[in-house]
Write a new protein. Structure first.
Length: 442
């Protein structure tokens, strides 16, 4: 079997069999990665094969993750079952209005909200759930700000596994909570924040033998790296200058960086795009660390706050991987305020695209990076929208009606607000309202 689990700490260098149940290196405690030593492929031939698979009706070919299975060969596809909902297959969407807002000539979104459960987590979860099946573990668990739990609940149901979900009570959007309930997961709302619950559940997993599917599970990241493979396939392998992504627990940017490095090493591309991670200002430990003059210890944010609850994380598990990938790519980290996220989100909505609050941090961050001269206006930029617009409708309604408040109680100005109007059941008065309103696009 060519696949193995490797410690990411080069000084340790330990490796373990692919079917060991491990979330961290038992020797030194560092994170693990799935590696394929000696993997050799023919890039030109595979690029053709992957295109041909788009016309196939076979489940593995229809999945936008497993279509690229030569790059994630940790399963034996003749023997092992795969839990798939035909994840991935998410579009690249041009968004001129958002580009203009950010100060760019053009901007393309890779919209992961088009996934089966509405977020990029599905790309990873198909791999995590399939690895659970391979290991013969019947129960899976995660701590989540909402999307991981929605995704895990769905994939556990598909795979016939029992899902146990731990959520920070009162701090996840209703859409995500509703998904977990609908997909049948045992849902525990803990009176603590994400970081505190993750520490709790890591201990519980070890004691109870429940398989943990948070993003420190390296198989999840194998699936998420295919987001970059699919993006490049859709661009006929033209490498963008920048890939911009919101950062929470920092698994996604770590997966992107790993995938891109592997594509470079295997000869699919000839350079790396720069990775830019955008954090919410109230939950921005990576921003602080990345820009600190002296890199001492990584300092967690004790009480992370943001209305973009998906990224309300103060002690991100994957920060060492993220730092590595961002640095190698020549990228950067930016942070954005609640008002900036809210406005960027409304602008993305006006493009007819829409996304959840955390995803909008990308456009808010780009606007700052362009203004600062870090990203050139003519740069070729792909921003990854991580979640669907319907994940958090409460936020949207509050913004457009002027009722959205930051965690510290400051009202967010609806600069792009579009409040509904109540009208009487009277054609003349409705006609009068229509006459006052300018035509769309005017
Ligand atoms: N965007 C959305 C919509 C998310 O749900 C998350 C993470 C992120 C961005 C950040 O990604 O953690 O890989 O840096 N949500 C996790 C969850 C933490 O539990 O659903 P990251």
């Amino acid at each position: 079997m060519p696949a193995q689990l490797s410690c990411i700490d080069a000084a340790c260098g330990a490796s373990f069999p692919i079917d060991d149940v491990l979330y961290a290196c038992p020797r030194c405690g560092a994170l693990l990665a799935v590696e394929y030593p000696g993997l050799r492929v023919d890039p030109a031939a595979l690029k053709r094969t992957w295109r041909e698979r788009r016309m196939s009706n076979a489940p593995l070919d229809q999945s936008g993750v497993w279509r690229y299975r030569e790059l994630i060969p940790f399963l034996d596809f003749d023997r092992h079952a795969v839990a798939t909902l035909r994840e991935g297959n998410t579009p690249l969407l041009a968004a001129p209005r958002a580009a203009q807002y950010a100060g760019l000539d053009s901007l393309v979104f890779k919209h992961q909200g088009f996934n089966p459960t509405g977020s990029f987590k599905d790309n990873g979860m198909t791999c995590g759930a399939s690895q659970a099946l391979r290991l013969g573990l019947r129960r899976v668990a995660c701590v989540s700000t909402g999307n991981t739990s929605a995704s895990m609940a769905a994939y556990a149901a598909v795979a016939g596994l029992t899902a146990v979900i731990f959520l920070p009570h009162g701090n996840i959007s209703f859409g995500k909570l509703a998904q977990a309930l609908e997909y049948g997961a045992l849902t525990l709302q803990v009176e603590a924040n994400f970081d505190q619950i993750l520490a709790l559940v890591r201990g519980l997993a070890e004691k109870t033998g429940i398989y943990l599917l948070n993003s420190m599970n390296p198989f999840r990241l194998e699936g998420q790296k295919t987001i970059m493979v699919e993006m490049l396939d859709q661009r006929d392998w033209r490498v963008p200058d920048w890939v911009v992504v919101p950062g929470g627990n920092l698994g996604n940017v770590s997966a992107f960086g790993k995938g891109l490095r592997e594509l470079l090493a295997l000869g699919f591309i000839d350079r790396l795009p720069k990775l830019a991670v955008i954090q919410a200002a109230g939950s921005a430990p990576l921003y602080d660390y990345f820009h600190a003059a002296a890199k001492g210890e990584f300092r967690a944010v004790q009480n992370p706050e943001t209305l973009a609850t998906a990224i309300r994380i103060g002690d991100p598990v994957s920060w060492p991987k993220a730092m590595h990938e961002i640095t190698i790519s020549g990228g950067t980290v930016e942070r954005v305020t609640e008002q900036e996220i809210a406005d960027a989100k409304a602008v993305i909505g006006r493009c007819g695209i829409g996304c959840e609050p955390a995803s909008a941090a990308t456009v808010a961050g780009l606007r700052k990076l362009v203004a600062a001269g870090t990203v050139q206006p003519g740069a070729d930029v792909v921003a990854v929208l991580t979640g669907n617009v319907l994940k958090d409708p409460d936020y949207i309604y509050r913004y457009h009606t002027g009722q959205l408040q930051t965690p510290s109680g400051v009202t967010i100005e609806p600069r792009f607000g579009n409040a509904p109007r109540v009208v009487p059941n009277d054609p003349d008065r409705i006609a009068a309202v229509l006459a006052e309103t300018s035509a769309p696009g005017a």
